[in-house]
Design a protein around this ligand. Structure first.
Ligand code: NAP
Length: 247
């Protein structure tokens, strides 16, 4: 088992990429706290998937954009499992629209959920990890944070912000035995991309050298690697999981 008896908190783990990460980390021995915003049934399904395979998991429902809720959530994880070794900041939303028409509330919602939450939770987790003198923080960015994307000024700003935060936190926390890395997925098959118009999906697919969209499991493997001892000498890096879309 790659993760021994470690404890992981995965945000946005009720569905999509977060669920695949939670299941994969649990398969490798981690006890997993499954965070989500509101979808109780989906979160319970992630928990069942883990338990069916003999793993251990708890549900921690919290809006990651709410600092107080984050604080209570981290407290609950440590109260239940006694420690926190791996934080995966995966929860994210989109509120797409062309910039000239984008409402400020849609800009703020995406920044709060996709970026500010990473600041809150990285702070909270690193305090615990510093005492343990070890830890792994993995932040979900996107290739859109590297390239920009018409219709996603809010999302691209948040995902680019995640990269800057990741590198800065990596520099601050390295001496404490904590690594901080980012994963930047390309076009992955989840609820988030299911809503894209067929024309947009086809255009994207034609741009991907590996000629398929990614599965959540493709991203989960990258996160597992960064969370494991195998990545002990890697920090402040961005691992793209995009089928070669952005080179
Ligand atoms: P998804 O299928 O839409 O799932 C989103 C997850 O985030 C759900 O578990 C949802 O919980 C949770 N969530 C949303 N807002 C939250 C909040 N305020 N507090 C706590 N949890 C919240 O998304 P996905 O495609 O798996 O994406 C996961 C991450 O990968 C996101 O950061 C996304 O930006 C990034 N990403 C995705 C792609 C892609 O192609 N899919 C590409 C690049 C990057 P509920 O079920 O309770 O709503």
């Amino acid at each position: 088992m790659l993760l021994g008896d470690s404890v992981a908190l995965v945000t946005g783990a009720s569905r999509g990429i977060g669920r695949a990460i939670a299941v994969r980390l649990a398969e490798e021995g981690a006890k997993v706290a499954i965070n989500y915003a509101g979808n109780d049934a989906a979160a319970a399904e992630t928990k069942s998937l883990i338990e069916e395979k003999g793993g251990e998991a708890i549900l921690v429902k919290a809006n990651v954009a709410d600092r107080e809720a984050d604080s209570q959530m981290v407290e609950e994880v440590v109260k239940t499992f006694g420690r926190l070794d791996i934080l995966v900041n995966n929860a994210g939303i989109t509120r797409d629209g062309l910039m000239l028409r984008m409402k400020e509330e849609d800009f703020d919602a995406v920044i709060d959920t996709n970026l500010k939450s990473v600041f809150y939770l990285t702070k909270l987790a690193s305090k615990i990890m510093m005492k343990q003198k070890s830890g792994r923080i993995i932040n979900m960015s996107s290739v859109v944070g590297l390239t920009g994307n018409a219709g996603q000024t809010n999302y691209a700003a948040a995902k680019a912000g995640v990269l800057g935060l990741t590198k800065s936190a990596a520099k601050e926390l390295a001496a404490r035995g904590i690594t901080v890395n980012a994963v930047a997925p390309g076009f992955i098959g989840t609820d988030m991309t299911a809503v894209l118009p067929e024309g947009v999906k086809e255009a994207l697919l034609s741009e991907i050298p590996l000629k398929r969209m990614g599965d959540p499991e493709d991203v989960a493997e990258a996160v597992l690697f960064l969370a494991s001892k195998r990545a002990a000498y890697i920090t402040g890096q961005v691992l793209q999981v995009d089928g070669g879309l952005v080179m």
